[in-house]
Design a protein around this ligand. Structure first.
Ligand code: SF4
Ligand code: FES
Length: 527
């Protein structure tokens, strides 16, 4: 392993690693704009130039590989003068409109201006103004804030492979543009907002919604498909405002799909079910949540007793449930009827996997899974773990022996189609959005959305990943885990980690990422 010395500190590097990346890995900050670890390296912004002993001119640290014994200076008078100069040039035509810019608080132009720039502007001439552009369905371009780092252009060439963005003009008239009639509307388009180091590319959906320093960050997993993309939920005062990618080399690297990015809307949906209901003389009436749970339990026991045979109960385990919730529901239903049938709920798919390729070398850069639920694999694993009778939904519907059951939904949109067949008889339904099924449930228990609870999901590749609650469930709803916890007669609140320990391997050794530890947990109410 080569070693280099930078500003007097000796660090170990990987072979052929670039100086900048080696420093970033060693938590030694070096300014950089055009460099992004997921893209090619043009070395065009020049703010990362450093002095290397024995090399007559300064070199771009982002594009210069390390050599054993290299001695590097990023704080020498020459390096500092270059940083100040680059900052001054970048700000010549910048509108300095930080108070109204969405990027304020997470802007590299702001940060580096403070750390590496001058405190005062010497520019007295008129600034060259460029118009704002609507470049795509989700993205706005504030051209006069752009520093021409070309990260966004390289993204559309090298990751999405769709080539919508390009550099138009030259010199001070250079700007990012789209081709006529070809907007930025690929399914990864939102990533250009994340990689834009300044406030030039902004998400229309988040525009002017929140100041970023008010947002708290909770690591989570995408609920939109079986890919298991790693994400951060950004929320404030119990409301999720946006989703950002979380780097995971094995799953999604630096990127997420737009479906994942806007999945938070389902949490804030006005149509969310609130308040338990029960059927009385053919129509649903409001009831207290605790009472509804007691009646659900009594209804299942009654149906099982009347049937006078095991195998008369069932549970439809949704692929939106966490593995822990599915395990507890399975345990509970089998505690009444040891032969209760466990069934995986509908698994919607959409055609084939969508594969994105590098525009030049044709390598696959990102895949959007066709399976549009996050945990079908995990639910199959839990059903196998619990053993006992299982059936497909079709077979369950045709099974005249089953008299009552528990059905869980929690999908991001209406999942109850005309084709959905379910057994007749007493039904307890736990769901987040209204449907014809929730309308005809004997007991309706409004449930929590994924961002409001803890658990694990298994992706298409068998990777089991934990997620944790960012916000509390809205009033009138309860986390599924808490309901099963109570029905199993356990004290206190559902704890996903304890359930995983009970489930054994591979669940027992799943740990939350370390950053979870610092997260203040939302408050949950004991039933
Ligand atoms: S819009 Fe942003 S990402 Fe694109 S070139 Fe300008 S500063 Fe870079
Ligand atoms: S980050 Fe090195 S030249 Fe831009």
């Amino acid at each position: 392993m080569p070693h280099i010395t930078i500003d007097g500190k000796r660090i170990e590097c990987k072979d052929r690693q670039m100086i900048l990346q080696a420093c970033l890995d060693a938590k030694l900050p070096l300014p950089h704009y055009c460099y992004h670890p997921g893209l090619s390296i043009p070395a065009s912004c020049r703010i990362c130039l450093v002095e290397v002993e024995g090399v007559p001119k300064m070199v771009p640290s982002c594009q210069t590989p390390v050599r054993d014994g290299m001695v590097i200076h990023s704080k020498s008078p020459k390096a500092v003068a270059n940083q100040k100069q680059v900052m001054e040039y970048l700000l010549v035509n910048h509108p300095l409109d930080c108070p109204v810019c969405d990027q304020a608080g997470e802007c590299l132009l702001q940060d580096y201006s403070y750390q590496y720039g001058r405190s005062q502007s010497r520019f007295e001439e008129d600034k060259h103004k460029k118009p704002k552009k609507d470049v795509g369905l989700n993205v706005l371009l504030y051209n006069d804030r752009c520093i021409m780092c070309t990260r966004c252009v390289r993204f559309t060439r090298e990751v999405s492979g769709t080539n919508e963005l390009f550099v138009e003009g030259r010199g001070h008239q250079e700007e990012i543009s789209i081709f006529p009639g070809k907007p930025l509307d690929n399914k990864l388009s939102g990533n250009v907002v994340d990689i834009c180091p300044v406030g030039a590319l902004l998400d229309k959906d988040f525009l002017f919604k929140q100041r970023v320093w008010l947002l708290k960050e909770t690591p989570s997993i995408s609920p939109v498909d079986a890919g298991g993309e790693n994400i951060y939920l950004h929320h404030n005062e119990g409301v999720v405002y946006r989703i950002k990618p979380r780097y995971n080399a094995e799953v999604n690297t630096w990127w997420i799909s737009d479906d994942t990015r806007y999945a938070y809307k389902a949490i804030n949906d006005d149509k969310r079910l609130r308040g338990a209901r029960r059927m009385q003389y053919g129509s649903q009436i409001n009831t207290a949540y605790v009472k509804a749970i007691e009646e659900a339990d009594a209804g299942l026991r009654r149906a099982h007793a009347e049937a006078k045979a095991d195998g008369s109960l069932y549970a439809v385990l949704s692929p939106m449930m966490s593995c822990e919730e599915a395990y507890l529901l399975g345990k509970y239903i089998r505690s009444i009827d040891p032969q209760a049938v466990l069934t995986l709920g509908p698994v919607p798919t959409s055609g084939q996997n969508e594969i994105f390729k590098h525009g030049m070398n044709g390598k696959t850069t990102f895949t959007i899974q066709a399976e549009k639920v996050p945990n079908a694999a995990g639910i199959r694993r839990v059903i196998a773990l619990l053993g006992g009778p299982t059936a497909s939904l079709e077979d369950l519907a045709a099974n005249a022996k089953v008299k009552a059951g528990w059905i869980v939904g929690g999908y991001l949109s209406n999942w109850v189609t005309d084709a959905l067949k379910l057994p007749k008889g007493f039904k307890i339904v736990q769901d987040t959005l209204p449907s014809t099924l929730t309308d005809r449930a004997e007991i309706l228990l409004p449930a929590a959305a994924w961002a409001e609870k803890d658990g694990t999901w298994e992706n298409f590749a068998g990777k089991i990943q934990p997620f944790t609650a960012a916000v509390a469930p809205p009033e009138g709803t309860t986390r599924e885990g808490d309901v099963y916890w109570k029905l199993l007669g356990r004290k206190g609140l559902f704890n996903a980690e304890d359930v995983r320990a009970e489930m054994g391997e591979p669940f027992a050794s799943i740990k939350l990422p370390t950053e979870h530890a610092a997260q203040p947990a939302p408050e949950f109410v004991e039933l």
